[in-house]
Design a protein around this ligand. Structure first.
Ligand code: ADP
Ligand code: MG
Length: 253
C-alpha cells in the first residue's frame, strides 16, 4: 500500500504569526501503538503544533504526513476523515445534554461528512447508527453507567473521558490529546492513564501534550521537548529526565 511505518509525521514544520516563530522547523513521528508526548513550557508551540497537524492552521512551511501521505492543504474534516482525532485543551460538552447525546453530536460534527450534512436532518436509520456508535465508544471507555447522565453532572475526570469517547467514535488511527490530565484528581489520572494504555495496546497512536510529569512518565514511550517553538530534545523518558537542557528549560532544576 506504500504506507510507511508511521501513522503521523511532522517534517520540518514551521508556523509564523507575523514576526513570531511559534513552531520552528520541528520534526517527529508517531508509530502505531505508541504514546509520544510533546513537552514544553507555556508558549513553546505545543497547541500550535496540534493545530498544524489537524489542519486548523496552515503551515508556513514543512510537511505533515498521515500514513505516509502528505496532507498539504487538507481541511480539519478531511484530516479527521483520514483517522486523526483530537480533544481540546478546554473541554466543550453541552451541559444539559446527556453523555450519549454529547458523544453522538461530537461524532457527527467531526466526521468526514462535511459541514453540510450537519445542517441536514438525519433520517431514522442514520440516527440509530450514530447513537449505536456513540454507545459503543462510551462502553469502550468504561462510562456505560453514565450514558444517560447530563454532562453537567459529571466530574472533571469523567468529562475528559467523554471527550475521548467522542474522539474514538470514528475509530481513528491517531488520537491527539491536549492536556487531558489537567485539573484531575489522582484517582482520575490513574483511570485516564489506564484507558490510554488500553487504547495503545489496541494499536492507536497517541500524541499527548501534558504538563503533569508523573502522569507523562507513567505512560509515555517517547518525549519530544519544545522550547520557544524549537525542538530542544527527544528521546526515552529516562533520557529526557536526565537531559540538562530540559531541566534548565522546563523542569526548573
Ligand atoms: P503552548 O501550547 O506550548 O503553550 P502555543 O502553541 O499556544 O503554545 O503558542 C506558541 C506561541 O505562539 C506563543 O507565543 C503564542 O502567544 C503564539 N500564538 C499562538 N497562537 C497564535 C495566534 N493565533 N496568533 C498569534 N500568536 C499566536
Ligand atoms: Mg497549549
Amino acid at each position: 500500500k506504500g504506507e510507511g511505518p508511521f501513522l503521523l509525521e511532522a517534517i520540518g514544520i514551521n508556523k509564523r504569526f507575523g514576526g513570531l516563530v511559534a513552531v520552528n522547523d520541528v520534526s517527529f513521528s508517531l508509530a502505531k501503538g505508541e504514546i509520544l508526548t510533546l513537552l514544553g513550557p507555556n508558549g513553546a508551540g505545543k497547541s500550535t503544533t496540534f493545530n498544524l497537524l489537524t489542519g486548523v492552521l496552515s503551515l508556513s512551511s514543512g510537511e505533515v504526513r498521515i500514513a505516509g501521505h502528505s496532507v498539504a492543504g487538507a481541511s480539519p474534516s478531511q484530516i479527521a476523515g483520514l483517522g486523526v482525532a483530537r480533544t481540546f485543551q478546554h473541554v466543550k460538552l453541552v451541559p444539559e445534554m446527556s453523555v450519549l447525546e454529547n458523544v453522538a453530536l461530537g461524532t457527527h460534527l467531526r466526521g468526514d461528512s462535511g459541514f453540510l450534512r450537519c445542517l441536514l436532518r438525519l433520517d431514522r436509520p442514520q440516527e440509530a447508527q450514530l447513537l449505536a456508535e456513540a454507545a459503543r465508544a462510551i462502553r469502550r471507555v468504561g462510562l456505560a453507567d453514565r450514558i444517560h447522565s447530563p454532562a453537567d453532572s459529571l466530574s472533571l475526570g469523567e468529562t475528559r473521558i467523554v471527550e475521548i469517547a467522542r474522539a474514538i467514535c470514528l475509530a481513528p488511527r491517531v488520537l491527539l490529546l491536549d492536556e487531558p490530565a489537567a485539573g484531575l484528581r489522582k484517582a482520575e489520572k490513574n483511570r485516564l492513564a489506564e484507558l490510554l494504555r488500553e487504547l495503545r495496546a489496541e494499536g492507536l497512536g497517541i500524541l499527548l501534550v501534558e504538563h503533569d510529569m508523573d502522569f507523562v512518565m507513567s505512560l509515555t514511550d517517547r518525549i519530544v521537548v519544545l522550547d520557544f517553538g524549537t525542538r530542544i530534545a527527544a528521546g526515552l523518558p529516562d533520557e529526557i529526565r536526565k537531559n540538562p537542557r530540559v531541566q534548565e528549560a522546563y523542569l526548573g532544576s
